[in-house]
Design a binder for this molecule. Structure first.
Ligand code: AGP
Length: 606
């Protein structure tokens, strides 16, 4: 939620375009308002606007603040409505100090009261505005800007990443505690941002800052210290992402691009992780790593929660007890943890606040923790005992697509590793599953090439509701498909375990509903009965099943075919078809597909 960016370039350069481009690459983190503060010889100019970044770009056209140093922000509102006044950057009374912030200052009410009593005037309803006023206060008391910044940061409670420019300093000052912040080291300039894609077109050399870090950047220098001013060492590493990864390419939307990237993403997810003799080889997890595991707890939110449910099914198939928890619930009602509990946090971004808190709770209770994530250097990757990366590449569309597929593929491999370690044997089904995972990139490509989702989509527009049903791994696919549908079309959609319909939801099924039924090749005969139940209530059924499933095709009104494969892989292929259905319907409805209303990619508040 919220994206911050900053750039320090050599004098005589103008960073305005860099900041705006950097914000566009972070817009997935929030799009209620945006703004920049640019410093030049005459001071700091702030321009900010309610709405998407195009509104800011229009406003900048009229003002054009030029300067070599600046900060920028794109907002997902927490405190205060999405207005020009509440947009970042926020300034002090004098207008000399400008601050952008991602996170929540929990003690802002007390700080604001204290500052108002001292004569400070506030112009927004945000928690952030206390920061520039605190800096102002400490500067007025004679502290250097850096010391005033440290002192101000030390007063904040909550989660934050902040960046600041002031009128009489060439450097950008920043700090993090709980919200992400990455340093980019370019050839002749330095960057700070909530996420790497912000500056990826300028540099792939990055250092992931950690909680408690304070950083100061100029064009050719950076200095990272702790709050007390002691130097800390953060390795500058090269990320394996290309600038094109963070661009739309020739596609109309990031979501469509990312759906189409799934073959390549899946290839990366499994590459080198299945040996020629059919073993699972997970870098840091050699055979035996999990032999002491008695039970697995999977913690996640949203789409990642559905990937976790998928993994639970795979583990259950192998006889490993596993429970899935919505991370937000786990933070209030944590499950009992025993010595042999392995907690697996599934999170694409590695920054979801509910998931991070649930990891902390699990660790406090003595559980061994493992993050399955897409982002190297993310908080989840650092907070967990171990991390396993899904290697999907940057995902910009708010609706998660390729990361779901990659999560499932990697979790399937992890499940095999755990099962072998715990049981001391290899399940007879493993060979077939691993071979299906290896075929997945090709099978997904075939599904993309042959899908008739676009042609069918018009008939799903304007229905009363859409239901998605499935069993086994088809159930998390049904949930995921319904989430995707409601998220980007704004139409009512629900997912159910196929057998559950008759226990209540069937009352809602009419000829104005569409029912999408997922068939994975396992227990299809039962799902066919459920199809009959809804068809007899007049609802048209769209079946997603293997091309050879003639009985299914005959029972349904419409059919979306997937290649023949193992049931675990079949669920993923069905999901690809349903991603395309949601995308096409949302497109016909003219929705804001990459930035659906009220949502943000990375939910960094609880
Ligand atoms: C779904 O399309 C969403 N983007 C959302 O549900 C997401 O999966 C959830 O917020 C969890 O995010 P994470 O994987 O980054 O933790």
């Amino acid at each position: 939620m919220c994206g911050i960016t900053a750039c320090a370039a050599p004098a005589e350069n103008d960073v305005l375009d860099t900041l705006v481009a950097g914000l566009r690459n972070l817009e997935y983190r929030g799009y209620d308002s945006s703004g920049v503060a640019v410093r030049n010889g005459e001071g700091v100019t702030v321009v900010k606007r309610e709405g998407e970044i195009d509104a800011l770009a229009d406003a900048l056209g009229a003002v054009s603040p030029n300067g070599a140093v600046g900060v920028g922000h794109t907002r997902w509102s927490t405190h205060g409505a999405p207005t020009d006044e509440n947009a970042h950057p926020h300034t002090d009374c004098s207008g000399e100090v400008s601050v952008v912030h991602n996170g929540i200052v929990e003690n802002y009410t007390a700080l604001r009261g204290e500052l108002i009593e001292l004569g400070h005037t506030f112009t927004s309803e945000t928690d952030t505005e206390v920061v520039p006023h605190l800096v102002e206060m400490y500067r007025e008391r004679g502290l250097s800007t850096e010391d005033a910044f440290r002192k101000a940061i030390g007063r904040l409670e909550g989660r934050f990443a902040v960046a600041m420019v002031v009128d009489d300093e060439d450097d950008v000052f920043a700090a993090r505690d709980g919200s992400p912040l990455v340093l980019g080291v370019g050839e002749d300039r330095r960057f700070l941002a909530s996420d790497v894609p912000s500056f990826l077109e300028h540099t792939d050399r990055v250092a992931f800052l950690e909680d408690g870090d304070v950083v100061r950047i100029s064009a050719d220098h950076h200095e990272i210290t702790d709050l007390a001013g002691n130097p800390v060492d953060r390795t500058v590493q090269t990320v394996d992402w290309q600038p094109e990864d963070a661009q739309r390419g020739g596609f109309d939307h990031y979501m469509l691009k990312e759906i189409n990237e799934q073959p390549a993403a899946l290839d990366r997810a499994i590459k080198g992780r299945i040996t020629d003799d059919g073993d699972v080889h997970l870098e840091d997890f050699p055979p035996g790593t999990f032999e002491d595991v008695g039970v697995v707890h999977l913690l996640a939110c949203g789409t990642s929660y559905h990937a976790a449910l998928y993994a639970q099914q795979i583990l259950a198939d192998r006889g490993i007890p596993a429970q899935v928890f919505s991370a937000g619930e786990y933070t209030t009602t944590p499950a009992p943890v025993t010595d042999d509990t392995l907690v697996v946090a599934v999170t694409q971004s590695g920054e979801t606040a509910d998931t991070l808190t649930s990891i902390r709770i699990a660790a406090e209770r003595g559980a061994r923790t493992l993050a399955v994530t897409n982002v190297i250097g993310s908080t989840a990757a650092r907070d967990c005992d171990d991390a396993l990366f899904i290697r999907a590449g940057p995902e910009i569309g708010v609706a998660a697509t390729k990361t779901f597929s990659s999560q499932v593929a990697v979790l399937a491999l992890l499940a095999e590793r755990i099962a072998e370690d715990v049981t001391g044997s290899v399940d007879p089904d493993r060979e077939a599953l691993l071979s299906a995972l290896q075929d997945l990139p090709e099978h997904v490509q075939e599904t993309l090439n042959t899908s008739t989702a676009e042609a069918l989509a018009p008939q799903f527009v304007g229905r009363d509701e859409q239901f998605f049903i499935g069993r086994g791994v088809g159930y998390p696919v049904a949930l995921e498909a319904a989430l995707k549908f409601k998220e980007i079309t704004y139409e009512h959609a629900e997912g159910f375990a196929a057998g559950e319909l008759k226990h209540g939801p069937l009352a809602l099924v009419t000829s104005d509903s569409t029912v999408f039924a997922v068939f994975t090749g396992r227990h299809d005969e039962k799902t066919l009965k459920n199809v009959e139940e809804v068809r007899s209530r007049g609802a048209p059924v769209v079946a997603i099943a293997a091309e050879s499933a003639h009985e299914v095709a005959e029972a349904a009104d419409e059919f979306l075919a997937i290649p023949e494969t193992h049931p675990v892989a079949a669920g993923l292929l069905a999901n690809v078809q349903l991603q395309l259905v949601s995308y096409r319907v949302a497109d016909l409805l003219g929705r804001s597909i990459d930035k659906p209303r009220n949502l943000a990619k990375s939910v960094t508040v609880e």
